[in-house]
Design a binder for this molecule. Structure first.
Ligand SMILES: Cc1ncc(COP(=O)(O)O)c(C=O)c1O
Length: 340
């Protein structure tokens, strides 16, 4: 099958670009120095590619992701880097914790209590390093670790996600602020103990040489998006949503890739060679179609729409098609979607 034969909108992964991205990251952070975040792609077939290049520990955002990874045989060491209080889901994770090592993040006595009651055996203390989301104050981490040990959990260490710094445009400023954030995490780690200091993402992947982290939680690097594309990182755009042109008018054209096929929270997607005007539910309207390839000039032609945010884009699709050139070589299920 060729790209042109796919029913659209079609989520397409350029296999060559994906391979290059995985190799580039594995060279900088080999093996367990990277704990790839599966939230970015929600696809065990892609996680298997990450395992093929040497990463056997994974980060998950939801119990559903961890359960799916374990079911796919990719559960050597899974970190749910997120707070979970749902007893039923925590019990399902605890039931795995044996052959599969499952570690959950805790940042309060309530999240510790939920994990302990469900029978979880491993945790990390999640520390607030400046992103106003989850994480305890660095000065509280030690007490929480003591409380977790008193409840019978093994405390593996700390995590602290510096998500507020991923898109800091100036690299020197980004580095400086990452180092300050990680000083908070190190101080917490001194009080907590354990072997794990987990942090980072695609935007800070190469700024952790002196921060003391033991593993990086990057996810977007594998497929990339146009927001991360602005930072000049050494990862190429592997992901696009292929659309069919359904209308060509004077000065603009319309394809069938709308906001129901695209994560839009980072802004409009891009069409190389064209200017995207706007998206509506099932449509993308774009001008200057001459640069977007011959297909964009005629009804029935094809365009590649590059998403601004990879994670929510992946979560909107059931299938990803892997292509090499114009040939479709694999069909991957986005099998970690939903919440279960
Ligand atoms: C806890 C956590 N770690 C790491 C990441 C890094 O992901 P990315 O590589 O996509 O920046 C994220 C993304 O939101 C996250 O929530």
């Amino acid at each position: 099958m060729l790209v042109h034969d796919l029913p659209t909108p079609a989520l397409v992964i350029d296999g060559d670009v994906l391979d290059a991205n995985l190799a580039t990251m594995a060279a900088v952070r080999p093996g367990a120095a990277l704990r790839p975040h599966v939230k970015a792609h929600k696809c065990t077939a892609l996680a298997r590619r990450q395992a093929d290049v040497g990463h056997h520990t994974f980060t998950c955002a939801t119990p559903r992701e961890a359960l799916g990874m374990a079911a796919a045989g990719l559960g050597t060491d899974l970190l749910v880097a997120n707070e979970v209080v749902d007893a039923r889901r925590l019990e399902a994770l605890a039931a795995l914790d044996g052959d599969v090592m499952v570690t959950v993040a805790i940042d309060s006595t309530a999240t510790l209590d939920a994990a302990a009651r469900a029978g979880l055996r491993h945790c990390v203390v999640d520390v607030d390093v400046g992103l106003p989301r989850c994480g305890c104050a660095p000065g509280e981490a030690g007490r929480l670790a003591d409380a977790a040990r008193a409840r019978g959990l093994a405390v593996r260490g700390v995590m602290g996600y510096e998500g507020h710094l991923m898109m800091v445009a100036d690299r020197a400023e980004r580095r400086e602020r990452v180092e300050a954030a990680m000083a908070l995490l190190r101080a917490a780690h001194d009080d907590v103990g354990g072997d794990v200091v987990s942090a980072g993402g695609t935007g800070t992947f190469d700024l952790h040489d002196h921060t003391g982290i033991t593993e990086l939680q990057a996810g977007s690097y594998a497929l990339m998006d146009t927001a991360y594309g602005t930072l000049g990182l050494p990862f190429g755009p592997a992901l696009s949503v292929v659309g069919t042109v359904i209308a060509v008018k004077s000065g603009y054209a319309v394809a069938d890739v709308g906001l129901k096929a695209l994560g839009m929270d980072h802004g409009n997607p891009s069409i190389p060679g064209a200017e995207v005007w706007f998206c509506s539910d099932e449509h993308i309207t774009f001008s200057n179609a001459a640069g977007a390839g011959a297909g964009a000039l005629s009804v029935g032609g094809r365009v590649h729409v590059l998403p601004a945010h990879v994670d929510p884009t992946m979560a909107l699709h059931e299938i990803a098609w892997v292509v090499r050139g114009e040939e479709v070589v694999e069909r991957w299920t986005i099998d970690l979607r939903g919440w279960g």
